[in-house]
Design a binder for this molecule. Structure first.
Ligand SMILES: NC(=O)c1ccc[n+]([C@@H]2O[C@H](COP(=O)([O-])OP(=O)(O)OC[C@H]3O[C@@H](n4cnc5c(N)ncnc54)[C@H](OP(=O)(O)O)[C@@H]3O)[C@@H](O)[C@H]2O)c1
Length: 249
């Protein structure tokens, strides 16, 4: 099997694919959105911060890529109806959905379990696990209609290497990987739909800075240097691969 880290996408590999990226307002999600748009995808940019989403929109259009769409939603506040409305809006605008990247996430509070704030714990689990679950549930009918659909969850180094004091973030990433594996098996009767996870590794983003404030940021790769595995899983070259977790570095 190809190692997605060495993937060299053709210039038009995502031509005309409709791709929903959560957390596309900054960090890794923004880098993947820009790269996927450059490779021909029509991107639905999700995030909370409209000003930041508009800046990504402008970058995409300014680079001559297909015009994206903006779907703002705060996963902490949204209820199931809001997800239904969001998916109905994208169906109306694009008529289909070829890929869904669950990238949005929050670090949350890092405290010993004994002293963890319950409300903060639940917010982190909600954004990192419940939101991808609800969004997947709403998008599946559309995805199943696509010729070559792909769902990607975002994993973390805390899954293979669990450690103390990571708060709800650690179990949320385990749950996200479990959700991915369960869904991949549930979709065996729909072999066209593939479901996988990507672990970005250490990347120079706001979340990494929050997790490791004393770290020398110059030693970390920029998000745009780790996008090849995302393009691999979003596009046709990963057909037939499902239920796997891949490393980006
Ligand atoms: N950076 C790393 O080293 C690293 C390592 C392993 C895994 N990861 C994973 O990679 C993914 C992206 O992380 P990143 O480093 O790029 O983080 P980031 O720069 O902090 O970006 C996080 C994104 O998630 C969105 N988001 C956060 N809370 C949200 C909410 N309540 N509702 C809607 N959107 C929300 C943010 O939107 P706003 O800008 O609008 O707030 C932003 O677009 C995460 O799943 C993270 O766990 C990152």
């Amino acid at each position: 099997m190809i190692d997605p880290r060495n993937y060299q996408p053709r210039a038009d590999v995502l031509h005309d694919r409709v791709v929903l990226i959560t957390g596309a307002s900054g960090g890794i999600g923004k880098a993947v959105a820009l790269a996927a748009a450059r490779h021909g995808a029509r991107i639905i940019l999700h995030g909370r911060n409209i000003r930041k989403l508009e800046a990504v929109y402008d970058d995409i259009v300014g680079g001559g890529a297909p015009r994206p769409s903006i779907l703002p939603m705060d996963f902490e506040k949204a209820g199931p109806d809001d997800y239904d409305r969001m998916v109905a809006a994208l169906e109306q605008e694009f008529g289909r959905l070829d890929a869904l990247l669950h990238n949005a996430g929050m670090l949350g509070e890092r405290a010993p379990i004994e002293h963890a704030d319950v409300a903060k714990w639940m917010r982190t689990m909600h954004v990192n696990v419940n939101a991808p679950f609800i969004l997947t549930r709403c998008c599946l009918p559309l995805l199943k209609q696509a010729k070559d659909p792909s769902i990607i969850f975002t994993s973390s180094g805390v899954v293979p290497r669990p450690r103390a004091f990571w708060g709800a973030y650690l179990p949320s990433k385990w749950a996200s990987d479990g959700l991915m594996r369960m869904l991949a098996q549930e979709l065996e009767a729909h072999p066209a739909v593939r479901v996988n996870s990507l672990n970005p590794g250490k990347v120079r983003t706001n979340m990494r800075l929050q997790a490791y404030p004393a770290e020398d940021r110059a030693t970390l790769p920029e998000a745009d240097t780790i996008v090849a595995p995302y393009l691999f899983l979003l596009g046709p070259d990963s057909r037939g691969i499902t239920g796997e977790t891949f490393e980006c570095q």
